[in-house]
Design a protein around this ligand. Structure first.
Ligand code: UT7
Length: 330
């Protein structure tokens, strides 16, 4: 990875701000999730999933030292594209005024960035592409239920974007060492947004005119997701270590998907990692789904916490269920 960047909307929403809209409190949110505040797009701003992605991408490209025309492919991970179709990748190709390179959208929710990195790695290793722009961007705030009914979900999610330039590395022992991807679709309905979709078309929702219809807000079976998350995070980190004959003591930095601070802390305790070996920023941004790992990685890199030769592990778990890890020698 030769350049990273991130962008979050200016509008800060604190837990106290939320408690003015819904029956919740700063202490409940902090105790259960570790979140203090998140960024939500100000509807008056020009921020969208794609424009935030473009802002993050411009920083990543600049920091990579490449010319934007050196990019030969785009991979865009999001669950909140600007439009139902087409996806965000083509919007970025247009807004960055890139040549007619390919643009692929990844629909793997919280694991989106990990899946996207794995796809980029395969394209690079086969020799098909050299410099790939990999993006995670989410606009959750517009689609959350901001009444008390939605409080189990709404307080967690935030908006933001991150981008990485993944480039071919001549040294074999550096770069992405391996990636490990999993899914378990039987739990699809435990964390989902049901409609509008081809299972619940818009005319059907309108015809029902049901004031209690929650199907167009995200649903999460929180405790069930939590239990699965801690189990799968641990499994998939171990899988990455074993595949590379590494020990947990070899890790320089673990960047877990920022789902919930309590999940990250559970994983940290399980592996007996010191605080400086796990990067968390959920306190400031909430859970930004496909953007969370790349925003955290970009911040850690900016702060000098990612150094040459470091072993970095990215790990994720989310809707699907999907989970995965990426092992990187920086
Ligand atoms: O990123 C994708 C993967 N997502 C995750 O990994 C998230 C995993 N799950 C979680 O992080 C947690 O389950 C939550 C933070 C979502 C919820 O925490 P919890 O400890 O599992 O709470 P709960 O859903 O069991 O609810 C406990 C109580 C309930 O009240 P009663 O029934 O005990 O009276 C809820 O109604 O807390 C209530 N509650 C709230 N109270 C104040 C739920 N949300 C809120 C809220 N403020 N925002």
């Amino acid at each position: 990875m030769i350049g990273l960047g991130h962008y979050v909307p200016e509008n800060v929403v604190t837990n106290d701000d939320l408690s003015k809209l819904i029956d919740t409190s700063d202490s409940w949110i902090q105790e259960r999730t570790g979140i203090k505040e998140r960024r939500w797009i100000d509807p008056k701003s020009d921020d969208t999933t794609s424009t935030m992605a473009v802002k993050a991408s411009k920083i990543a490209i600049k920091k990579s030292g490449l010319n934007k025309n050196d990019i030969d492919f785009i991979i865009f991970a999001t669950l909140s594209p600007d439009m139902y179709f087409p996806g965000g990748g083509v919007r970025v190709q247009d807004m960055l005024d890139l040549p007619t390179i390919g643009a692929l959208d990844v629909r793997n929710q919280c694991s989106g960035f990990v899946y996207a990195m794995s796809v980029a790695d395969q394209f690079i290793k086969t020799g098909m592409y050299k410099n790939i722009l990999v993006i995670g961007s989410e606009n959750h705030s517009g689609g959350l239920d901001k009444s008390t009914k939605g409080r189990g979900v709404t307080v967690i999610f935030g908006d933001g974007a991150g981008a990485a330039i993944v480039s071919r590395c001549e040294q074999k022992e550096k770069g992405i060492l391996s990636s490990h991807l999993h899914s378990e679709g039987k739990h699809a309905r435990e964390l989902m947004l049901d409609g509008p979709s081809t299972g619940r078309w818009v005319p059907e929702i309108i015809a029902n005119n049901d004031p209690n219809d929650q199907s167009y807000y995200p649903y999460m079976n929180g405790q069930f997701v939590f239990k699965n998350a801690v189990k799968r995070f641990i499994e998939v980190i171990n899988e990455g270590l074993e595949a590379n004959n590494l020990q947990i003591s070899d890790i320089d930095l673990l960047i877990p998907h920022q789902a919930n601070m309590r999940i990250s802390q559970f994983v940290q305790r399980k592996f007996k990692l010191s605080d400086d070996k796990v990067y968390n920023n959920i306190m400031s941004y909430g859970n930004t789904t496909a953007a969370s790992i790349i925003i955290a990685l970009s911040e850690a890199w900016e702060q000098g916490k990612v150094k040459e030769d470091d072993l970095i592990i990215l790990a994720s778990f989310g809707a699907g269920f999907t989970w995965g890890s990426v092992m990187i020698r920086w």
